[in-house]
Design a protein around this ligand. Sequence first.
Ligand code: AMP
Length: 216
Amino acid sequence: MEAIILIGAPGSGKGTTAEGITAATGYIHVATGDMLREAVAGGSAVGRAAESHMKRGALVPDEVIIQLVEERLAGGSPDGCYMFDGFPRTLRQAELLDGSLAKRNGVLDNVFYLDASRELVISRLTGRRTCRECGTNFHVVNIPPKKEGICDLCGGELYIRPDDKEDTIVKRLEVFHRQTGGLISYYEAKGVLFTVDASQAKEEIIAEVVALMRAR
Ligand code: AMP
């Protein structure tokens, strides 16, 4: 098993970058935020445990996340190449992922930190519109859908995620710096961290990340 990780503040473009990487490399995309939103929509036990934390812009407890990821890996291919998006978000999750990879003779190849300014992520998140059906993201200015309120891909309804309201955004950014920021030095010390300028166009970000992956 091989793995890469995308780290970045909410709105830094992790999801869009991940889609581009999957298309270029076939890596299996594991996005804990998407998995949690599906669990909330489906009303499962995990969804019920996660919902109030997500609405507040707080992190879901480590135990819930670890169980979710372990189940995903246990049900997946043991030789697969995985791309984690939005996971790990705490030092504890990072340490548990190390253990989980070691148990499967897995290797953590690269960690990409999408570095974005506060102004950039706030403008991206306040304009973000997400498809209720397939989860694709649009932006009212940067990536407008062809027909307002409708997903170009599947025709689903576009909505504002409950955690994309302005005061929740501020809280999520604060949570990122306080709880996830420490992972940058954790992975730097392991010699696997690459910092990518997230203000570039998405095509440039994807090309840079894919080139770095292939160079290893
Ligand atoms: P995202 O789509 O990655 O921005 O995640 C949306 C929300 O899901 C976050 O604000 C958290 O409440 C929760 N979440 C997603 N991934 C994690 C994680 N690895 N640890 C804790 N909470 C998470």
